[in-house]
Write a protein that binds this ligand. Structure first.
Ligand SMILES: C[S@@+](CC[C@H](N)C(=O)[O-])C[C@H]1O[C@@H](n2cnc3c(N)ncnc32)[C@H](O)[C@@H]1O
Length: 300
């Protein structure tokens, strides 16, 4: 792994301001990735603070462990875990965090690795799992799901208007030969979308690949529950910050925060915040980011 993958953590200054971390605080990075945010959290909570970092992808965790090392004055626990199990992890350590971050989705190191089959730019096995120790690869799902279920996933997770035709092509193709590689899926997409109807701005397979990735990793399942669980673990005056990059995901975050607000949590901003123009200029991936923050306030 090269440093080429060490990108700028998205909206890190806004997140640090929102989490108001101070020396001695406990902070949870539920989506550790390359530890971009976590490295800044460490500086904010030393001396005496505790960082818990979670990632369901072992290879991200290995890189993060190298980057974080053993920082002086801070206790660090980096754990291979789904953030949907954050509550159990925190109960095990007996911790109540002052700040929690979820930076949803995946990072360029994961997208660009052709062995994962997430990118359509290079041929590779059609796997797409973030956690290869569990679940079914994308190819296995597409080779067994009903055409309607495939169509629904393409519509719900990719806003793909050619979903019906793409699902039909997948089913036709797998009758002859099961799908195995990213190129197999690209061929189905290209056979489904007429040349003159293709969007110029993005590759015709962009929406399909995004949708199949979200489906394979069940990325939206249990997100609401995970948010409610995380919020319930916060210490008094603790903040939960969530960065999302997909409108469907942001909708789930927004609704979960509304539920929490009804229980007495404080919505830090009425509307989500986005990155500055300067950040978008530096890091195109930040363009679609939406940051929402909620604070726990125990009423006496
Ligand atoms: C956008 S990246 C985070 C980047 C990180 N904030 C940084 O600055 O380096 C998202 C990370 O969260 C992980 N991830 C996504 N969903 C997860 C889940 N449900 N549980 C644990 N980790 C998850 C991905 O594997 C990926 O490493």
């Amino acid at each position: 792994m090269t440093t080429a993958y060490v990108h700028d953590p998205v909206m890190v200054d806004e997140i640090l301001a929102a989490l108001v971390l101070k020396p001695g605080d406990v902070v949870v990075d539920g989506t550790l990735g390359l530890a971009g945010h976590s490295m800044r959290f460490i500086d904010a909570i030393r001396p005496g603070g505790v960082l818990v970092g979670l990632d369901w992808d072992e290879s991200m965790l290995a890189i993060a462990k190298q980057r974080v090392g053993k920082p002086e004055g801070v206790t660090v626990h980096l754990v291979h875990s789904d953030f949907r199990d954050m509550k159990e992890v925190l109960v095990e350590y007996g911790l109540r965090p002052n700040g929690i971050l979820l930076d949803l989705g995946l990072n360029s190191a994961q997208i660009e690795d052709p062995n994962r089959g997430i990118t359509f730019k290079e041929d590779g096995p059609l796997d797409m799992r973030m956690d290869r120790s569990t679940g079914e690869p994308a190819a296995a799902l597409l080779n067994r799901m009903s055409p309607q279920a495939i169509q629904d996933a393409l519509e719900d997770f990719g806003d793909e208007k050619w979903a019906h035709r793409i699902a039909q092509k997948i089913v036709l193709r797998r009758k002859e030969q099961p799908l195995r590689t990213t190129n197999d899926l690209i061929e189905c997409v290209l056979a489904a979308i007429p040349v003159n109807a293709r969007e110029k701005r993005i590759h015709p397979a962009t929406r399909t690949f995004q949708a199949v990735r979200i489906l394979t990793n069940a990325e939206f399942d249990g997100l609401r529950e995970a948010i409610l669980d995380a919020a319930s673990m916060l210490a008094d005056k603790g903040n939960l910050a969530i960065l999302s990059y997909h409108s469907g995901e942001d909708r789930i975050v927004k609704r979960a925060f509304q539920e929490l607000a009804e229980e007495g949590f404080v919505l830090v901003d009425k509307k989500p915040r986005g990155p500055s123009e300067a950040e978008i200029g530096r890091n195109a991936r930040s363009r679609s980011a939406k940051l929402r923050v909620i604070r726990k306030e125990v009423k006496l």
